[in-house]
Ligand binder design. Structure first.
Ligand SMILES: COc1nc(N)nc2c1ncn2[C@H]1C[C@H](O)[C@@H](COP(=O)(O)OP(=O)(O)OP(=O)(O)O)O1
Length: 163
């Protein structure tokens, strides 16, 4: 079974020690209760970037031009005990946007200091790959998730550009 395709947007503002990342409490669906970035499944005929733009509007009410998205990485999540859950996440970064974050039915957004992210509430796998993205590395990763549906049992990185 092919992995489902999703996108994820890492929206940031500020620089240096004051840099912040827009995350939000997921209110519905897979991962409910976790702190995540806006994202979701590609619709038929949609590119990953188009999906990213749409999901950001739907989930946090910000407008982003597709041309302002920077491809950061791709992560293929494998769930050997639930292969129907396998998904590929195309991760983009955005620093330009219009509007103010607004809560939706799916996400309650908030800005978090990049120097002090709420790791305890996030997917455990993000500790492995998110710091590399934030450091400027571009890569494709394959991450295997254990039977508890959250613990990482293996991770392989194919780096395209070093930070
Ligand atoms: C281990 O599982 C996951 N880890 C991480 N870091 N991120 C994940 C994981 N599973 C899903 N995601 C990301 C991928 C997408 O960007 C979002 C949303 O995916 P989800 O499967 O929850 O999709 P829905 O919110 O149900 O999708 P729609 O918005 O399309 O309805 O989370």
């Amino acid at each position: 079974m092919a992995a489902k395709r999703t996108s994820l947007c890492l929206i940031s503002r500020g620089d240096g020690e004051s840099a912040e990342l827009l995350l939000g409490l997921k209110k519905t669906g897979f991962g409910k209760g976790r702190i995540v970035g806006p994202g979701g499944h590609l619709e038929p005929g949609e590119s990953a970037a188009q999906c990213c733009v749409r999901e950001v509007v739907e989930e946090v009410g910000l407008e982003i031009e597709e041309g302002d998205l920077v491809r950061a990485c791709g992560v293929l999540f494998r769930f050997p005990t639930r292969p129907e859950w396998d998904l590929h996440v195309a991760v983009f970064q955005a620093r330009r946007f219009q509007g103010e974050p607004a809560e939706s039915d799916e996400l309650a957004p908030a800005w978090y200091p990049i120097a002090d992210l709420p790791w305890h509430g996030m997917w455990p796998d993000e500790r492995l790959w998110l710091p590399r993205v934030l450091a400027g590395e571009v890569f494709e990763a394959e991450i295997t998730i254990g039977a508890d549906e959250e613990t990482v049992t293996n991770a392989v990185f194919h780096v395209e550009h070093d930070a």
